[in-house]
Design a protein around this ligand. Structure first.
Ligand code: DC
Length: 215
């Protein structure tokens, strides 16, 4: 069985998808982590993301693989575990830019489809229900207001001891939403057959229960 979860940055997709995967015994696949790995490679190698030829070359030199240890996804970029490095804010913003490129999307599509065809998966991203897994048995479009998402991110960073600026976080979220929703290839949008779930006023448990019952 394949469950697709799409939605904007910070809607809680990964938190929810991990919990659903645990309860159902499914593999959780975080496709954003794959885009982030390519973004990390672009940053570390000083590649100009708007140089299509250079980005295509980078895609040809990259090996990305996922391993699941105790249900937790680890991402390897050319055999190095980058699971922590890819979480940086700067990497997320570069991932959104790199994700507009044809070579990058083509590079990741088969990897995602192969994992989904061989396993029971819950896969999250931006184009899973619309493009990567159009035949997924269950599709969810998970979202929340910009302010709710900014506040969640603010709380996470504060917990880590950082002193974030909530207006700057909200601005970054809006910028990323716009970029992800307006790109030419596989933009973020709700699939016609996806269930719309706004999590602004729901607890994590409520959302997980709702998805389990739909599944
Ligand atoms: O979900 P995330 O923040 O880790 O994703 C980072 C970026 O990767 C996101 O802004 C757009 C891109 N992405 C995408 O284009 N398609 C996906 N299926 C997943 C992520």
């Amino acid at each position: 069985m394949n469950i697709a979860i799409d939605g904007p940055a910070g809607a809680g997709k990964s938190t929810i998808a991990k919990l659903v995967a645990d309860k159902k015994g499914f593999i959780y696949v975080d496709t954003g982590a794959m885009y982030r790995s390519i973004a990390l490679y672009i940053i570390e190698n000083g590649i100009d993301v708007d140089d299509d030829e250079a980005v295509k070359n980078a895609c040809d030199n990259i090996d990305i693989s996922l391993k699941h240890v105790d249900g937790i996804q680890h991402v390897y970029l050319n055999d190095k575990d980058v699971s922590t490095d890819i979480r940086r804010e700067e990497v997320g913003n570069m991932a959104s830019k790199a994700a507009t490129k044809k070579a990058v999307r083509e590079r990741l599509l088969n990897l995602q489809r192969d994992i989904a065809s061989a396993n029971d998966v819950i896969m999250d991203g931006r184009d899973i229900g619309t493009f990567v897994l159009p035949n997924a048995e269950l599709k969810i479009y998970l979202t929340a207001s910009v302010m709710t998402r900014a506040k969640r991110r603010f709380d996470q960073l504060t917990e880590k001891g950082e002193k974030p600026d909530i207006d700057k976080i909200a601005e970054d979220i809006e910028k990323r939403d716009y970029q992800d929703m307006h790109r030419e290839i596989a933009p973020l949008k709700q699939a016609d057959d996806a269930v719309y779930l706004d999590t602004s006023d729901l607890t994590i448990d409520e959302v997980v229960e709702k998805i389990i019952s739909l599944a």
